[in-house]
Ligand binder design. Structure first.
Ligand code: 4AZ
Length: 296
């Protein structure tokens, strides 16, 4: 092959990489947070309900699903960017099924009224709700949204790592929730600035015991929050991520999708999340059908 041919091939390969994998094949990293640490910026207080304002780019995979019919910031639900063209969210965000054509996604924002230059807007090309999602008991509360066009990653837009079944949850200590949902129980208004809070994973057996949720939590759920309440996700946080830092590294895994709870921040009523470990194969099968078909 002549040199010109080789050059054309290499250029095409480079372009193809730019189009298909513009997020560098990495996930769960927070470039802006590492910058803040380098600058010796204070880390914010670990003081969602009971949370604190997140810094710009703190959770670069978090997405706001918006609907024009919702008053104020139009925020409907949270979501997480798991590939350049797929967002993980909760099935109940589309309960009742809304006009999908009207829903749009804001990716890379911290403040909804000032999304900033890194933020990108997308529409939904395809909605995949879990085929066994049941609105009456919120079982299988998980959905995937294919974006109208893949995002371009930047310091404010990064992919989340989806936790696989091999991950040992009981060893994860640094877990967080984030969202634009209500900052007080019974409040209907969403927060303009993304809120974040550190939470504890609570054993599902304890969570399901009498005096707690008394058996209504499914085996494919996770519970997170505090026995004494006070810090929790709330209305509008649904669909967003429950994230834990890897034991041996800086990056974060999405271990749950915010699903429901009895009220917000109440004693012995922590938030209920759909486990991504449990639904890992379902997620993979729907975002890359070719891969799965070839695997069997
Ligand atoms: C909701 O309605 C909701 N306290 C989300 C999370 C929790 C409660 C309600 C957990 O979207």
């Amino acid at each position: 092959m002549n040199w010109l041919g080789l050059l054309v091939l290499l250029t095409l390969a480079g372009l193809a990489e730019g189009t298909w994998d513009n997020c560098g094949g990495i996930c769960g990293l927070r470039p802006m947070v590492y910058e803040y640490e380098y600058m010796d910026h204070d880390n914010g207080t670990t003081r969602v309900v009971g949370g604190a304002d997140a810094k710009l780019g703190a959770w670069p995979w978090i997405v706001s699903l918006k609907h024009p019919a919702i008053p104020g910031t139009r925020h409907l639900c949270g979501g997480s960017l798991i590939t350049a063209e797929w967002v993980l969210t909760a099935a109940h965000c589309f309960d009742p099924i809304r006009k999908i054509g009207m829903v749009y996604l804001v990716i890379g924002a911290t403040q909804l009224t000032k999304p900033g230059h890194g933020a990108q807007l997308r529409r939904i090309k395809k909605l995949v709700r879990h085929e066994h999602y049941n609105p009456s008991d919120k079982s299988n509360d998980i959905a995937l949204l294919q974006l109208s066009k893949p995002v371009d990653c930047n310091p404010y837009v990064q992919l989340a790592c989806v936790a696989d079944p091999a991950l040992s949850l009981s060893e994860l200590q640094n877990c967080w929730v984030a969202g634009w949902g209500a900052t007080a129980a019974r409040s209907q208004t969403s927060s303009d600035i993304l809120q974040e809070a550190k939470v504890q994973l609570i054993d599902v057996q304890l969570c399901n015991s009498s005096g707690w949720y008394a058996g209504v939590v499914h085996t494919h759920n996770l519970c997170a929050g505090y026995p004494q309440g006070k810090i929790d996700t709330c209305q509008g946080d649904s669909g967003g991520p429950l994230m834990c830092q890897d034991e041996n590294s800086d990056f974060f895994w999405i271990v749950g999708v915010t699903s429901w709870g009895r009220g917000c921040a109440r004693v012995k009523r922590p938030g209920i999340y759909t486990s991504t470990l449990y639904f890992y194969d379902w997620i993979l099968a729907h975002i890359s059908p070719e891969t799965i078909e070839n695997a069997y």
